[in-house]
Each structure stands twice: as structure tokens, then as C-alpha cells.
Ligand binder design. Sequence first.
Ligand code: FA5
Length: 343
Amino acid sequence: MVTQMKERLEQIEKEASEALAAVVAAKDLEAIRLRFLGRKGELTAVLRGMLSLSPEERPAAGLLVNEARGRVEGLFAKVESVLAAKALEERIASETLDITLPGLRPAIGRRHPITLATDAISEVFLGMGYEIAEGPDIELDRFNFEMLNIPKGHPARDVQDSFFIDDNIVLRTHTSPVQVRAMLTRELPIRIICPGRTFRIDELDATHSPVFYQIEGLVVDVGVTMGDLIGTLKIFAESVFGKDTQIRLRPHHFQFTEPSAEVDVTCWECGGKGCRVCKFEGFVELLGAGMVNPKVLSMCGVDPDVYSGFAFGLGIERVALCKYNISSLRLLYENDIRFLQQG
Ligand code: FA5
């Protein structure tokens, strides 16, 4: 019986060797592998045949089958490596490398004008020793309004038409809630700017967007005066818009500052002579500012008898329009690559 099996194994090896010799492509190998080495293949069939052998004969027979399997596997490995080498040779022969072709130039992005303006403004204040503070876009009504002296139902809320999530949560309408957060958490004195995204229910037009950016500034220390505020804003305006820029303060009302002002800069287009851009005023409105209302200081845990502070808030889009001579705020949000590539 064992002799018969041996002959069968030799036969299988011969057939496998012939079948492999005829193979020209790797894709043909699998069928041959299944035929000889597969679970239902010829060698497995011989192994199954061992069941008819006597227990004494089985070990020797098992050894023979395993040796034969090893040799057949060896044949497969040899043919596979020959085929792989051949495929590689063919690929190298068929591919030509033209090193004179120009490379693929990576597309380099530009910074968005809003980012450019934010960086330009931030740099001026960082140079004056300010730190950058941040707060969440989705804010508590308490921080966005109430602790800024704008209680629920107060008419001052009407000028900042707001996206409410629920009664107590709102998409922040300005960056001023970061002031509150800073006073509640930071050590005094405070000197920060807070750039960030803000939201109001405003139609998109040449000067408004429902999503826009502001930078808030806050200084709280002993003996801070309106003179410090004016001096700071003058340095800011000259650094961002040029040395000859003048600023002008007009009395205004904000609930969280007292006194308050709206601050204009000389028109970048006409230098103050009067033109269409400044509506023949010579000045363009840029930001709101004032001395932090003592009531706000108290609500935020700062003693107004010891400390005073100034704050300001400006629209970054407005600065970008001025600084880069862009005619409409819409352009900043249309994502037209031809416009953005000019940055
Ligand atoms: C405020 O938001 C105050 N928090 C600013 C402030 C801070 C005053 C600290 C005093 C102390 P106002 O609502 O005026 O103020 O907005 C400030 C600036 O944001 C405006 O001058 C304008 O440039 C910009 N702005 C307001 N609404 C929009 C809008 N829909 N689209 C684009 N810019 C806007």
C-alpha cells in the first residue's frame, strides 16, 4: 500500500512540475495551486487515502506525503520568483523616465484677507504687550448680555439681532463676552485682545454679514484713563493704516462702557479731503470703545474703586476693506479663487 502511495506521489510531483513548466503568467498559478495543494487537491486526496492504511504504516506514509508537499511548494516558489522577476523586467523595459519633464508644482494657498487683517491688528497689540484671549462662539446669554449690563428684555439687545439656541444660549453677537470671561478668570492687571467670529441676524450686503469677525480689546489696571484709550487707538490706527492717519471720537452709548465713543479714522481713500468712500466726511467709522462701566467691573468681581479699564471692539472685515482697498464685504465670503489669489 505504501509503495502504491509513493508511486502516486511521484506521479503528482511530475504532473505538478509539468503544469508549472507550462505557466507563462502569474495569474495561471492559482488554478494549479488549487489542483495540487488545495484542500480538495491531489495531495490532500492522498492524505485522505491514508485512512485505509494500517496504523503501523501511517507514520511513514504521512512523512512521504509531507515531503512531497514540501517539494511541490518549493517548485511553486521557484516559478513565482521567476515570474515576478520577469514582470519587473518587463515593467522597467516598458516605462521610460523623462527627467526633463517639469515637476508637479504644489498648489500653495494664500492667507484670507480676514486672516491678514487679524494678524496685522494682533501684531500691533502684541507689540504693546497685550495677550490674545479666546472664548467660545456659542455663548451663555449671561456672558454675552447680562454681565455686560444688558439684562433680559433690555432695548439695547435690539441692536444686536441674535441667533438664540435657547433662552440662555446664544451665538455670540460680539467678542465682548470674552472680556467677562477674562475678568472672571485672569489675574489683574489685564491687557488682552480677543479676535473671533461673531453672529447677528443681518442681511449680507456691502458692509454686513450674518457671520463676521471682531477684535475686542480690554485693559484693566489701576489708574487707566480715557487718555490711555485714545493714545492706544491712535497707535493702532497709525500702525495699521499709515502714519498720517487721524482718529476722531464721537460720543455714543454702549451699556458696558461709560463714557462710550464711536471711533472714526481718516478716510484711506482721500486722506480726509472727502470722497465717495467716506461719504464726503473725511472720516470712516471703525470701532466702538469706552471706559469699562463700573457696574460691569463689579459684576465681574473687579473692585471699581481701585481699578478702571478701557475696552474697544472693532469689525475685522471693515479693517480688511480699508486696508486692502476692497469695495465690498461680500467679496470676502464668496470664496472666488480669483479674488483670494490676489492676497
Ligand atoms: C459692539 O459689538 C461692541 N461690543 C463694541 C465695543 C466693545 C464697544 C468694547 C465698546 C467696548 P457694534 O455693534 O458697533 O459694537 O459692532 C462693532 C463693529 O462690528 C462695527 O463697527 C462693525 O465694524 C462690525 N459689525 C457689526 N455688525 C456687523 C455685521 N453684520 N457684519 C460685519 N461687521 C459688523
